[in-house]
Every structure is written in C-alpha cells, then in structure tokens.
Design a protein around this ligand. Structure first.
Ligand code: SF4
Length: 332
C-alpha cells in the first residue's frame, strides 16, 4: 500500500480545509481501505471524518427522514420505527454485506461505494477506463459480463453500481446534503451519480472539497407499502443479480402512487419511471405487476453474459410489487 498522510479533524470546516488535491474522505473504510490495499485507489492523504459531531443520528420527522452520513448501516437497519413506517429502507440495509461490514460501514460511504467489476479491482488487468482513463475496457473486450450493467452503460464502461440502500433513496426522491467551501448544498439523489458516458472515472457530481453530511427523504404514503426484493447467487453476503425497491399507495384497488427502482442491473442507482407510469392510476393485478416489470427493462442493452438479467429483473419487479400491494392493503 502506498504511504499517505492522515488527518482526523473534529469539525466540518476543518475537514473541508484538509481536503483537496490528492486527498480522500475516510469514514467506515470498508470500500476505501479495501481499494487502497489493492492499489486501485492511491490517495496522498486521507481525511478521517469519523470524529465530526452530530452526523450519526437518524431523525424521523413529520415531513422528512434525515439520515446522518456517519450512521452505521446496522444501527439504521435495527431502527424499529423506520422498519414500521418505511420497510424498504430497513430491508435494503439488512440485505447488504455481512453483519461485520454493516457495523463498520456508514450510510455516506454506502451510497458512494464503487463498482465490483473484477477488472477495475485487479490492477493486473491493464484495460479499465474507470481506473485508467483511455486504457480500454477488459469487460467489453471479451471479458465476463455476467455482473455488469444492462442499463446506463456506455461503449467505455458497463460497470454495475452495486449498492442496495441507494435504490430505496432514489425511489423516494431523497436529497443528499453536502458541505463544501461555499457552504451547504442539496443534491437530488437522482443527480448524485454520473452515467459513465466516455469518462467513467468520474462517478459523482461531488467536488473535491465536499463532504456528504446527511441524506434526507420526504415522507410519502407509499413508504408504508414498500418492499425490497433482491435476487442473488446466495442468500447472504452477495451483490444483487437483480433487485427492486418498490412502494405503492392505493385507493381501493387503484394505484395512487408507485415507486420502482432497480439494483444490480444499471451503471448508477436507477429509477424505473416507465414501470411507475404503467402502475399509476391503474387497477392493481398480477398481470399489471408483470407489465410494469417488462416496462422497467424495455430500454435494456444486454451483453452476452448479462442477458439473463432482463427476465430475472422483470420477474423481481413483479414479485416486489405483489408484496408491496399486500403491505399497502394492510395499511389501507
Ligand atoms: Fe473498467 Fe468499467 Fe470496463 Fe469494468 S466495465 S473494466 S470498470 S471500464
């Protein structure tokens, strides 16, 4: 591992001052330290933000839920009030990683986690536009693509965004609260991540001196009828082959609000608005859920290894909606 400088500021202002060229933020370290050991990330300096005050709280207000960026994944997964009023958030956290990792990893780090593309994480592979812009793409150049994106990819990169919690956030119109040299700014979660296009090395719109301090989500009736379904190779400690974070609000049998987001299939957290359009205002049925699942993948561009994700993903969306419908019915 390359040598690096280390700072542990005790205020947001000091953290911003310590950041800049060659420096990276360290929180739980479950992505950063991993990638530094592999020499995929080689920062000159780490700014450890774990001593910053008041960033570990989860506040459930009348209008919004606020997640502090340093809240630990497992602590939030164990929040009984959150599980009652918005189960999809709890489920995306429970189904991620392992207990040890969930107790170390923070929510801020979780939303910024990096791809698991094996060619990105192994520097023996020389072709990776994300790690080394302009070098090519080993996945597209005859590599394995079974865990790569079928939505949002480009000719430069088809890496998959691997997170789970992000799907619940994008489905429910979350905002990311960021502190930087110019003060606070709020970024719609849907705008935080950047599609790979021809420069996959740039993954978010965050500036080099900006720190994520919180994530806020407006409360909505569809949260109570929400559910996360994750298909994966084994039942724990595995990334999604396809997943769906969904929410339904109902008036009788009519869908008054629908939220659908996809995981395991796209370059960035992915809101499936075409699926939502199928559902909103319609009478709910299993066939409608299946139609929404098909609509979610109408624009998919599969590779040979990832084509299985289309029927799997459509089925996951439909299955998630069926459970969400039951939850919404119990609430109604
Ligand atoms: Fe690198 Fe993206 Fe290609 Fe993977 S898919 S090898 S991350 S450029």
């Amino acid at each position: 591992m390359k040598n690096f400088a280390y700072a542990k500021p005790s205020s947001v202002e000091d953290a911003i001052a310590a950041l800049g060229d060659g420096a990276d933020v360290l929180a739980g370290g479950t992505t950063m330290v991993d990638l530094m050991k592999l020499e995929v990330m080689t920062p000159d300096a780490l700014v450890d933000i774990t001593a910053l005050p008041d960033l570990s709280e989860v506040t459930i207000g009348d209008g919004r839920i606020r997640f502090g960026a340093l809240a630990k994944m497992q602590a939030v997964a164990d929040n009984a009030e959150l599980a009652r009023m918005a189960p999809v958030f709890t489920e995306t956290l429970w189904m991620a990683a392992s207990p040890q990792l969930r107790w170390a990893a923070t929510l801020g780090g979780n939303i910024l986690q990096r791809t698991r593309c094996p060619y990105f994480r192994d520097t023996h592979y020389l072709q990776c536009n994300k790690r080394d812009p302009g070098s090519g793409c080993a996945a597209l150049d005859g590599g394995r693509t079974n865990m790569h994106a079928i939505l949002g990819g480009s000719e430069a990169c088809v890496a998959m965004y691997p997170g789970d919690f992000a799907q619940a956030l994008i489905a429910f119109d979350a905002e990311v609260v960021v502190e930087g040299p110019s003060g606070e700014r709020r970024i719609p979660f849907a705008d935080l991540h950047v599609l790979p296009a021809d420069d996959p090395s740039r993954e978010t719109v965050l500036g080099p001196r900006e720190v994520v301090v919180a994530i806020e989500v407006p409360r909505s009736p569809a949260m109570r009828g929400s559910y996360y379904l994750k298909a994966r190779d084994r039942e724990s400690y595995a990334f999604a082959s396809a997943s769906a974070a969904v929410g339904l609000a109902m008036e009788g049998d009519t869908v008054s609000d629908a939220r659908v987001a996809l995981g395991g299939v796209a370059s960035v957290p992915w809101r499936a608005r075409a699926a939502e359009d199928v559902l909103r205002g319609a009478t709910f049925s299993e066939e409608l859920a299946r139609e929404a699942g098909r609509a979610a993948f109408a624009d998919a561009v599969p590779l040979e290894g990832s084509a299985y994700k289309i029927p799997l993903g459509a089925s996951v969306v439909a299955g998630a909606l069926m459970t969400a419908r039951e939850r919404a019915r119990q609430e109604g």
